[in-house]
Design a protein around this ligand. Structure first.
Ligand SMILES: [Fe+2]
Length: 502
């Protein structure tokens, strides 16, 4: 068991990083200063931005780190294209924008893949046509050259790279990070400004909120380095913040993912924990601790934050497919990293494989089962079955590289039929690297997998990307459509289909 931070640790970290549990030092913005300007109501100016130079390194010297090489590296400008070539036929009922979020450090430098300035890439589809592609920086205060924090010059919860994920709730579109308030954006990729749920959110909102398809509520967590470490927030279907529940993990652990069932909030308490010792090498003060046990907590949605904790074998879980109830058991499925960040958060070298954890409330024990020996990350299910027993899961089939596992070295998507216990694979082809798959339901669809898989796929030979649309029911069939984009889309994190508002 790891004791909470000492008071000295707390003071030190709070001094450099506000209340959030995730550092921003070394962000691709300009923490040293710049011309102050308002952080709300901004829209993006289109035009060239600083191009990364060949000397780009996190500290101006040494070898270029992997997250600035190849298609991990940032693109140099903001573009818009309206004449997009489409191979195949886009489903005419698709009317909306597919958005992707990811890091794109404006300076060409960043101390870690996770902290570069956020950039959105979007493709607008309507009536069987691809109307436009554009990419835009998120207009964060850091991107615009403001110093960290508004008082004292240190990072605080208003300092966001915004680069990790997107969420749509009650008509509001949010770009999410790990350590900060969300940033409201529009479907045209412009930035509105920081959003704090009408003053109700004072701490961070994580990148992986979950909505309940039965009630329309949104649940999300934030975490920090002082007890109670994790706060879970509930927002009603109309977007009004309703409640916060404090959850005590054993220590200051990094909690990237969160799950929700009809009765439970599922909280992960895993052995990547806060450690100031990593700051000399990385902006993220977290690393693996062998002496920090792994466990999963079931927190009643209506309770006081008390949890039923289930010990599991040590691992880290960035992302999960889903969680659901089976009588007195709760099942959690996700991608298990056996061990990583042992010396700090510099490499993602691990071998993530889909696993199932069955938490038995009557015995208090957890049972773990590996679902396949294929490497996979960025798992998801249809949002309509969130918290319920799902039949189909989707994930990125990750590849191996000589220096470890890189999410950008994928070449296939995976589909899991949980009922038949069958995995199918869609190979994008040699030299074609997909990012996270996004399931987009067909309007009025008749089955759980009636819809499409969307993903940006980087073509190494042509140094440009496509939006690929697969028929999720005919998963191994050739893509139904490929939208050729005028540029490459760097390997990023998470995407979202945003239907056009009626
Ligand atoms: Fe994530």
């Amino acid at each position: 068991m790891v004791a909470p931070m000492t008071e000295r640790d707390r003071r030190g970290f709070l001094k450099v990083s506000g209340v959030a549990g995730f550092g921003l030092l070394g962000c691709g913005g300009n923490p040293a200063g710049g011309t102050p300007s308002p952080d709300a109501g901004a829209t993006t100016d289109t035009g060239a931005v600083d191009a990364p130079g060949p000397e780009a390194t996190p500290d101006g010297g040494g070898a270029t780190p992997w997250w600035l090489q190849g298609n991990y590296g940032p693109v140099a400008d903001e573009l818009e294209a309206t004449s997009l070539e489409v191979l195949g036929a886009l489903p005419p009922e698709l009317d909306g924008v597919y958005l992707r979020n990811g890091p794109n450090p404006r300076s060409g430098r960043s101390g870690h893949w996770f902290v570069g300035d956020g950039m959105l890439h979007g493709v607008r589809l309507q009536g069987g046509r691809a109307l436009w592609y554009r990419n835009r920086y998120l207009q964060t205060s850091l991107y615009r050259g403001m110093p960290f924090g508004r008082s004292g010059g240190f990072p605080d919860v208003r300092d966001t790279a915004g680069n990790t994920a997107l969420a749509l709730h009650a008509g509001r579109l949010l770009a999410l990070y790990e350590a900060s308030l969300p940033l409201e954006v529009r479907a045209d990729l412009s930035t509105v400004g920081l959003y704090d749920f009408a003053g109700m959110l004072e701490g961070p909102m994580s990148a992986h909120p979950k909505s309940d398809p039965a009630t329309g509520e949104l649940f999300f967590h934030g975490y920090g380095v002082v007890p109670p470490y994790v706060k879970v927030h509930r927002v009603d279907a109309q977007g009004r913040h309703q409640r916060v529940t404090n959850v005590m993990t054993r220590g200051a652990t990094m909690v990237h993912e969160f799950q929700l069932t009809p009765r439970w909030m599922v909280v992960l308490d895993l052995p990547i924990v806060f450690d100031l010792g990593t700051l000399a090498r990385s902006p993220l003060p977290y690393r693996w601790r062998d002496d920090y046990p792994a466990r999963v907590g079931l927190v009643p949605r209506e309770g006081d934050g008390s949890a039923r904790w289930f010990d599991i074998e040590p691992c880290y879980i960035f992302h999960t497919f889903n969680a659901f109830e089976e009588g007195e058991r709760v099942v959690l499925e996700g991608c298990r990293h056996p061990r990583l960040w042992v010396d700090g958060p510099d490499l993602l070298a691990s071998e993530p494989m889909p696993h199932r954890w069955t938490l038995d409330l009557s015995t208090g024990r957890a049972q773990e089962q590996r679902l396949t020996d294929q490497l996979a990350e960025f798992p998801q299910v249809a949002s309509a079955v969130r918290g319920r027993p799902h039949r189909y899961g989707y994930a990125l089939n990750v590849g191996r590289s000589p220096d470890g596992v890189h999410l950008g070295d994928a070449r296939a998507y995976l589909k899991h039929d949980r009922v038949m216990d069958r995995w199918t694979r869609h190979d994008l082809g040699e030299g074609r690297q997909p990012d996270e798959p996004t399931f987009v339901p067909r309007p009025g669809g008749r089955s759980e997998d009636d819809g499409w898989i969307f993903g940006f796929v980087y073509d190494r030979a042509g140094d440009r990307s496509e939006l690929v649309v697969l028929d999720a029911m005919n998963f191994t069939a050739p893509a139904v459509a490929r939208v050729r984009l005028p540029r490459r889309v760097p390997h990023g994190f998470h995407g979202l289909w945003v239907p056009a508002m009626a």
